[in-house]
Design a protein around this ligand. Structure first.
Ligand SMILES: NC(=O)c1ccc[n+]([C@@H]2O[C@H](COP(=O)([O-])OP(=O)(O)OC[C@H]3O[C@@H](n4cnc5c(N)ncnc54)[C@H](O)[C@@H]3O)[C@@H](O)[C@H]2O)c1
Ligand SMILES: Nc1nc(=O)c(N)c(NC[C@H](O)[C@H](O)[C@H](O)COP(=O)(O)O)[nH]1
Length: 619
């Protein structure tokens, strides 16, 4: 421990440790970060989205890239808004390849909707929090929402790696009004065009494309933007069709089908049409697409689809075969593959209210020096969190478990001590449906696992759940907080970095030679982390409940289980406290306390940091 500074001379310093790992992200974005054995002042906090983009180095076979958690989106999902989730490999399957009803031939679908389209359209419409997705995901989903956005300008970086496009909501712009009336063909009446005044919605976003070894796209509101649209998504879908949807119409047109036949076939798959934003599609929209194609192909005779015919006065109707109408193929939207399977460990999103948590959750729009810290754990009636040291003990019922995963979705990082890693081999990801890897985009809702392991005790290995989870695209790889004395061999370092994780070296200690929590939190803040949920274990929690640290803790959410684990159990308890006269006093009294029953558990929520210390919102 020769290069450990004393308390007086030290300032919180966190460095990535190692010997020049080949991580392209670190080379590109964190140029200047201490990648090496020397210690260095923590870098100023980077843009949180870029930070995630840059340090997550998935192995080459991965196609997903991290996406920042959107707490408000979790809330949206909680409210039960349109949710249809896809398989874990989000780009792996399309939901619209074919339809199959019992006893009938498979039918080719008119749609090729990517998984979870309805939900993802909504995410890209609301842009409540910054979202980071892979370029592939962007190119797949953006055409289905481009009806909402009008590009204002583009900035490109000098090196050309990074392009920023600024968009405004379509309703901000007035519709074009020509001063002169156009000459019209003989006998044709001028078309009635509704003119929109503009300025109706002040929602603006920027889309930052970073093209490098792992290309990412970050979508976020611009500073001058309103916080919500002044209208819903249906309103825009009514005003303008998106190009993803119209591409389906163009594809059918290019096969020489009649617009009315295409329109009829679209209407036979109302769920997919709706999902793609086509609720207000008209036959005229299809005719316009078809007309464009016919300019280049004037000699083609348009035909109805197989099994359909054009009947004068009736339009497109299904044709009856020799054996009668029973043989006519009836697509069955309920049996369509539009409800694809999810990873088997997916947890359903809570269908009960979690409003009682809101007052205790981080507000990411607050500008603060250190992250919001939430302590969250499950305890027995006798304040034990496990039956024996190193023994995982289930205390949360199913509802409380969902709540814990919801809490994970609302924090940028989850922190635990190495004792818990060794005991539980935890995944530390969010497994709620809608999270990245569980039907959501990229690493949406996935927090960054952080392990406090000053001496490097964790024998980190590809079979650890945290690394497996990262490889499977179901969570982020961990950051391991170590002290200067930790022996980290280069292979271990390279392996962790290869998974997208890292080591953070902290060189500040308190008088008991424990790492100073302020330094840990400052290091996380400098890496763009705005909120941390600390889950345990007993050593970590008990220490943080001491007066020395209560200024750093915002809230506490304890799941209380109706059981006594007994004296051999592992307790969470701060040090005893004496008052000014030397009489025993309560060690800590959380404020603004609520108790909410949840299944077999009761959830205690409270604030810890003294009122005057709570940071002001700058939103
Ligand atoms: N019920 C729950 O909610 C819950 C949650 C988490 C863990 N657990 C249980 O808790 C038990 C593990 O608790 P624990 O106390 O053994 O482990 P822990 O997870 O608290 O880790 C303790 C270790 O972290 C490191 N550490 C923590 N703070 C440090 C600091 N300031 N400076 C330097 N090093 C520091 C040290 O190496 C220490 O030995 C397990 O049985 C686990 O199942 C229960
Ligand atoms: N909320 C809660 N209720 C419990 O009953 C219990 N045993 C834990 N324990 C927390 C501990 O940190 C575990 O290690 C992780 O909860 C495991 O995390 P994963 O599920 O593997 O992601 N937490």
């Amino acid at each position: 421990m020769d290069h450990v500074p004393s308390r007086a001379d030290s300032s919180a310093s966190a460095n990535t440790v190692g010997s020049g790992s080949p991580s392209p992200h670190n080379e590109d974005e964190h140029a200047g970060d201490a990648v090496g054995t020397g210690d260095k002042e923590a870098q100023p906090a980077p843009d949180i989205m870029r930070e995630d983009a840059m340090d997550e180095d998935p192995p080459p076979e991965l196609v997903t890239t991290p996406m920042n958690l959107s707490g408000a989106l979790a809330k949206q999902a909680q409210q039960g808004e349109a949710r249809g989730f896809g398989p874990p490999g989000i780009m792996a399957e399309s939901s619209g390849a074919e339809l199959r009803a019992p006893g009938v031939q498979p039918v080719q679908s008119m749609f090729n909707n990517p998984p979870n389209l309805a939900r993802i359209r909504r995410v890209l419409f609301e842009c409540k929090d910054p979202i980071e997705i892979s370029l592939e995901e962007f190119e797949t989903y953006w055409p289905f929402i481009d009806n909402v956005w009008v590009k204002q300008r583009t900035n490109a970086s000098k090196e050309g790696h990074c392009t920023t496009d600024y968009y405004m909501c379509r309703l901000r712009r007035p519709t074009h009004r020509t001063s002169e009336t156009r000459p019209l063909p003989e006998g044709k009446r001028p078309r009635k065009k509704r003119v929109r005044e503009g300025g109706l919605c002040n929602f603006q976003i920027k889309v930052v494309r970073f093209e490098g070894a792992y290309s990412t796209v970050t979508i976020s509101r611009t500073p001058g933007s309103g916080s919500i649209h002044s209208h819903d998504l249906d309103y825009i879908d009514r005003v303008k069709r998106n190009s993803g949807l119209m591409e389906f119409a163009r594809r059918e047109s290019a096969m020489g089908y009649l617009p009315s036949s295409i329109y009829t076939k679209f209407q036979e798959e109302p769920e997919k049409l709706d999902e793609a934003g086509g609720r207000f599609l008209t036959v005229t929209d299809v005719r316009n697409v078809s007309a464009k194609w016919r300019i280049q192909n004037p000699d083609v005779t348009l035909v109805p689809h197989d099994g359909y015919e054009l009947v004068k006065g009736h339009g497109i109707v299904k044709s009856h075969s020799a054996n009668g109408p029973s043989e006519v193929v009836q697509p069955h939207p309920v049996l369509a593959t539009s409800s694809p399977h999810l990873a088997p460990d997916t947890l359903s999103f809570p269908n009960f209210s979690l409003d009682f948590l809101q007052a205790y959750l981080p507000n990411h729009s607050q500008r603060r020096e250190l992250p919001h810290v939430t302590l969250s754990y499950a305890s027995s009636m006798d304040s034990k969190i496990s039956l024996r040291p190193g023994m995982q003990t289930v205390l949360s019922g199913p509802e409380a478990k969902l709540m814990t995963h919801y809490l994970r979705s609302r924090h940028d990082a989850i922190l635990i001590g190495v004792g818990t890693v060794l005991a539980d081999n935890p995944g530390l990801n969010c497994r709620l449906e809608g999270a990245g890897g569980f039907g959501g985009l990229g690493r949406m809702w996935q927090p960054r696992p952080v392990v406090i392991d000053p001496m490097g005790r964790w024998p980190i290995h590809p079979d650890c759940r945290m690394l497996r989870t990262a490889v499977e695209g179901k969570g982020k790889a961990p950051w391991v907080v170590v002290s200067p004395g930790a022996q980290i061999n280069p292979q271990r370092l390279m392996m962790l970095k290869g998974y997208g994780g890292d080591f953070l070296r902290i060189v500040e200690y308190n008088q008991n030679w424990r790492l100073r929590w302020e330094a840990v939190l400052r290091a996380l803040a400098s890496e763009g982390i705005k909120s941390v949920m600390i889950e345990g274990g007993a050593t970590v929690l008990s220490e943080l409940l001491n007066p020395e640290y209560t200024n750093f803790i915002d809230s506490i959410i304890v799941t209380v289980a109706p059981t006594y684990l007994g004296r051999g159990g592992v307790s969470v308890s701060p040090d005893s406290k004496l008052d000014q006269e030397g009489k025993p006093n309560a060690a800590l009294n959380p404020r603004d306390v609520t108790w909410t029953p949840l299944g077999q558990n009761v959830i205690m929520c409270g604030n810890i940091r003294p009122q005057a210390e709570r940071p002001q919102s700058h939103s």
